[in-house]
Structures are given as C-alpha cells and as structure tokens.
Design a protein around this ligand. Structure first.
Ligand SMILES: Nc1ncnc2c1ncn2[C@@H]1O[C@H](COP(=O)(O)OP(=O)(O)OP(=O)(O)O)[C@@H](O)[C@H]1O
Ligand SMILES: [Mg+2]
Length: 271
C-alpha cells in the first residue's frame, strides 16, 4: 500500500513539474496543499542544512513567523545563513524583497536612498527618486548589517516605524510605509552597544530575535555538506580536523573551500 502511494505521489509530483500545470493557479494551490510542490520558503529552508537541534527549532520558528507581519532581527556571525533565513521569512509573498546593506552606502546618500527625493531637493537631485521604503511597499525591507546604520538615520527610521509614514526629501506630503522589516547583524551584543545603536529602535526592529549558531558549534553540519558535495573521504577528514573548530567564515568559508577544491581537482588537461 505504502509503495503504491509512493508511486502515485511520485507521478503527481512529476506532473506538477510541467510548466502548463504549474501555471494553473487552482492546480498549483492544490498541489501545494498536498505537499507536491514547495513554497519559496521551503526552498530556502531546505538550503539551510542542519541537524543541530537549536537550528531545527529555528527553522520551525521561521515557518510560523514567515506569514506574520512581525519585525525580526537575525543575529549571528558572518556566513551563518542570516540572509538565507531572511529570504525564507519573506517566503512566497508576491510583493518585493528589498535588501539593503547598511554599511555599503555613503552617509551622504543614505537618507535619499532610504526615503527617496524630489527633483531639485539638493544639488545632484536631477529627478524624482523612489527610495527603498517605497520599493519595499507591502513587501519586506531587509536591513543587512543594521549595526552600521548611522545614528542620525536610526532616529529617522525609528519615526518611520512608529508612525508608519515618511516623506521623500524635499517633498511636501507624507507617504504610507507598509513594509515589514527584517534586519540582520553580526554584532552579537548589539543590544548592549548603546553608544552605537539606539535601544528604542532595537526593540522595534527586534520584535522577535533569532540567533544563528556558528559552524564550530555544529560541526556535524559541516560534515553533512562536505559529504553531500562528494569530496573524497580523506579530504573531508582533513578539513574537519584542521578547520571545523575555528572556521571564522562559517558556511561561506566552507562552501568556498568546496568550490575551490572542485575547481582545482576537476580541471581537464587537454595536452
Ligand atoms: N546551514 C547552511 N547550510 C548550507 N549552506 C548554508 C547554510 N547557512 C548558510 N549557507 C550558505 O552560506 C553562504 C552564506 O550565507 P548568508 O549570506 O546567508 O550568511 P550571512 O550570515 O548573511 O553572512 P554575512 O554576515 O557575511 O552577510 C550562502 O551561500 C548560504 O547559502
Ligand atoms: Mg549577509
């Protein structure tokens, strides 16, 4: 019986891979309910490989939090999957996911990048400009490296979150802000860094806090990824012995190692 069910599920799943079936809204919904096709959230969560009990719980929390409009702060070391999880939280919403790297924009531009501006508002504002808040309307604004946001902008963002309104620079009327904020930081103690981050903004952005565990505290996850990548046993053992307890770049460093190893060891010699 189980076997027959498996065959039916397999056939149905193949059917739903077909574009014309996938494009049919009603069928697509039925297939999703039956678990035959994955939501975008599941696709991202599947990429977050783990057997660590805390990280499994984290993935379960994300399933619950994804459809809610709660602001979430993801805290964890570099390369531990914060952006991957932010994408999972956004899930399959039809509105945009706008990612902003708060440490990558010069202070002078930051305000107009966030709020947009009217033509002529300042030297160089040669046309009306839409800001991140407007781009992310109804969707998700992902504020990466939030700990690097300058204090002046922290104050302005606080007002936006409180009042759900903002004004383009040089504009006379206010616009509604309807996005959900997901933020990320690798400053593990950001909550106590009062010199650097406003506590009142912290509490508004971190209605829920999620923590990602570094790879050195879940080394079996590294082992799984190395094995899935089909590296030779001795290469895996060597990497685990030398790197798993101090891999500062976490999963990014591990994936770089795998890519590099494959590139160097699958190169064809033509002569
Ligand atoms: N548990 C995991 N399993 C497999 N791949 C992972 C896992 N966590 C992260 N990755 C991969 O590692 C890389 C880095 O992840 P991501 O960019 O989400 O990390 P991050 O925490 O945002 O890093 P940073 O702080 O440097 O921006 C990505 O390619 C991601 O897909
Ligand atoms: Mg990141």
């Amino acid at each position: 019986m189980d076997n027959q069910e498996d065959i039916i599920n397999q056939k149905m799943s193949e059917l739903f891979q077909l574009k014309e079936v996938r494009d049919n809204k009603k069928l697509k919904e039925l297939a999703r309910e039956a678990g035959l096709i994955k939501s975008k959230m599941d696709e991202y969560l599947d990429r977050f490989i783990t057997q660590d009990i805390e990280m499994i719980e984290l993935k379960n929390k994300i399933r619950i939090l994804a459809p809610l409009n709660i602001n979430i702060l993801i805290i964890g070391e570099s390369g531990t999957g914060k952006e991957l999880l932010a994408n999972a939280l956004h899930g399959a919403r039809k509105w945009p996911f706008v990612a902003v790297n708060c440490s990558g924009i010069p202070d002078t531009l930051l305000e107009s990048e966030f709020f947009g501006c009217k033509k002529g508002a300042f030297t160089g504002a040669t046309e009306d400009r839409t800001g991140y808040l407007e781009h992310a309307q109804n969707g998700t604004l992902f504020l990466d490296e939030i700990g690097d946001l300058p204090l002046l902008l922290q104050t302005k963002l606080l007002r936006v979150i409180q009042e759900r309104k903002y004004r383009r620079i040089g504009d006379t009327f206010e616009r509604e802000c309807n996005c959900r904020f997901i933020s990320a930081t690798n400053i593990i103690d950001i909550q106590s860094r009062k010199d650097r981050f406003r506590l009142d903004l912290f509490y508004r952005l971190a209605q829920v806090k999620l923590h990602t565990t570094p790879l050195r505290n879940r080394v079996s996850d590294a082992q799984i990824i190395l094995e899935q990548s089909k590296l030779p046993k001795e290469v895996i053992e060597d990497w685990m012995t030398k790197n798993s307890s101090n891999c500062e770049g976490n999963f990014r460093e591990l994936l770089n190692f795998i890519e590099e190893w494959k590139a160097l060891n699958t190169t064809q010699t033509t002569n």
